[in-house]
Write a protein that binds this ligand. Structure first.
Ligand code: EPZ
Length: 423
């Protein structure tokens, strides 16, 4: 394993280029590999371990995938392999995305039931409900999901879950519906930028989808989908993370390759916290003219404040003047980073779904541990603002969703070294 050694105290300055969206490229690669009947080429593909893991899953199903710099060349599956094995699915929940496309394309699928992870149980009941509404027979046994259907038939359904729309279920069912007989209406659909990018990719493959970006998607099934070329949308969460990094170090950073339309709530909340954002058509300048101000944040599905930025905004609020309340409404157990931030001198108290963050005047470097992707990111961000040395272990979590995080941050003036972790 590896760890990052961070010497804090430097103000970040300069420009950082945002990479392609992890949460867009994962379902898009699945659609290209399973639903298409010819070569697809994806550009702006981030170099992440999750992309490597998914490529292994798709190659196990018979696709052939070649990376050339920032592009992925995907030849779709050409045999009847329909099982996504446990040893790969357990590494990455997004493997569940192959379920709907395999049933739509091959008439059957066997996918390991995804395990939980550090941010709480990750049920897939909405995925299953949606596929059953399309006429699939779905059975869960011995840790696997078995699904089959001679032919999927379009249906009018509501996929809203107890926590609101589901990104994964929307992606899974939308992909399956593109090859179903007739029209599917998905009400309560997720509206995240990565869902819109997936829908745009499917449309470019020949799918017939209306309502992209809204909570009602209408998909008219077609007989087949062809390969296409697509540039993956930039990563809204990576952008938000670097904006917080610029703000928490009181720096002067230009985050290139993001638009305000992609991150309306992040932009609004950072501004409310006293971060000055100067937008242009290439990206945004981030500075903090005065003291950071405490704010209240509640995470909700897009276009609200994203749960994947909850850890990062909590990190920023540890140094704001006053008391902030952060409410996590999407995932059931996503405050593990609070204890690690408290080890660095933060003052965070948890009360169920709420975290009360009382601003302190400084953070102190400490050895801390990443528990999930975004928790790891906030520890790096806090380490750059802290006095002294911070050592972040288990950084494989971070590498799942951030491309060369220390390289990008060191290019902005940070002092971060990646070393082997013999612990
Ligand atoms: C996606 O996960 C993202 N992952 C997550 O990002 C993100 O946190 C999440 O959407 C919410 O935005 C990818 O896109 C690969 P959901 P997903 O289905 O699809 C409940 C990151 O940091 N639910 O929108 O699994 C669920 O328990 C990762 O990049 C059901 O109840 O999330 C949760 O409370 C972490 N039944 C809520 O809905 C279901 O069948 C939202 O989950 C599915 C979900």
């Amino acid at each position: 394993m590896q760890k990052l050694i961070i010497n804090g105290g430097t103000k970040l300055k300069g420009e950082v280029q945002i990479s392609g969206s992890k949460n867009a490229v994962l379902p898009i690669a699945v659609a290209a590999a399973i639903l298409g009947d010819s070569l697809s080429v994806l550009h702006n593909v981030p170099n992440l371990t999750d992309v490597k893991t998914l490529s292994a899953v798709l190659e196990g199903l018979g696709a052939s995938i070649t990376r050339k710099n920032e592009s992925l060349y995907i030849e779709p599956i050409n045999r009847m392999e329909y099982e996504a094995p446990y040893e790969l699915v357990r590494q990455m929940r997004a493997s569940i995305y192959v379920l709907g496309p395999l049933v739509a394309k091959l008439g059957k699928a066997k996918v390991s039931f995804p395990g939980g992870c550090a941010i709480g149980p990750r049920p897939v009941d909405l995925h299953i409900r949606g596929l059953e509404q399309l006429g699939a027979d779905v059975d869960v046994k011995k840790g696997y999901i078995f699904a089959q259907a001679d032919r999927l038939v379009g249906a009018d359904m509501d996929l809203t879950g107890q926590h609101g729309p589901s990104v994964g279920a929307t992606a899974n069912v939308m992909m399956a519906a593109t090859l179903a007989d007739g029209t599917t209406v998905i009400r309560g659909a997720a509206r995240e930028p990565h869902i819109s990018d997936l829908a745009k990719f499917l449309t470019a493959m020949g799918a017939d989808i209306e309502g992209i970006g809204t909570s009602v998607l209408t998909i008219r099934g077609v007989k087949q989908l062809h390969g296409t070329e697509h540039t993956v949308v930039s990563d809204d969460i990576e952008a938000g993370t670097f904006m917080v990094a610029g703000a928490i170090t009181n720096g002067n950073v230009f985050v290139r390759g993001i638009s305000q339309q992609q991150i309306p709530a992040i932009s609004e909340k950072l501004t409310e916290a006293g971060v000055h954002l100067e937008w242009n058509d290439k990206g945004v300048w981030v500075t903090v003219p005065d003291q950071l101000k405490a704010i209240d944040v509640t995470t909700v599905p897009f276009p609200g404040f994203p749960t994947d930025m909850q850890a990062q905004i909590m990190g920023l609020m540890t140094l704001a003047s006053g008391s902030s309340t952060i409410t996590e409404n999407v995932h059931t157990d996503r405050f593990i980073h609070a204890a690690e931030l408290n080890r660095m001198g933060a003052d965070i108290r948890l009360e169920g779904r709420k975290a009360i963050v009382n601003g302190v005047s400084y953070l102190s470097g400490a050895p801390v541990m990443a528990s999930d992707l975004r928790a790891g990111a906030v520890l790096v961000v806090a380490g750059m603002a802290a006095v002294g040395e911070t050592v972040v272990s288990r950084i494989y979590h971070i590498d799942r969703g951030y491309e060369a995080i220390e390289t990008k941050l060191n290019n902005l003036g940070a002092n971060i070294v990646r070393v082997k972790d013999n612990d």
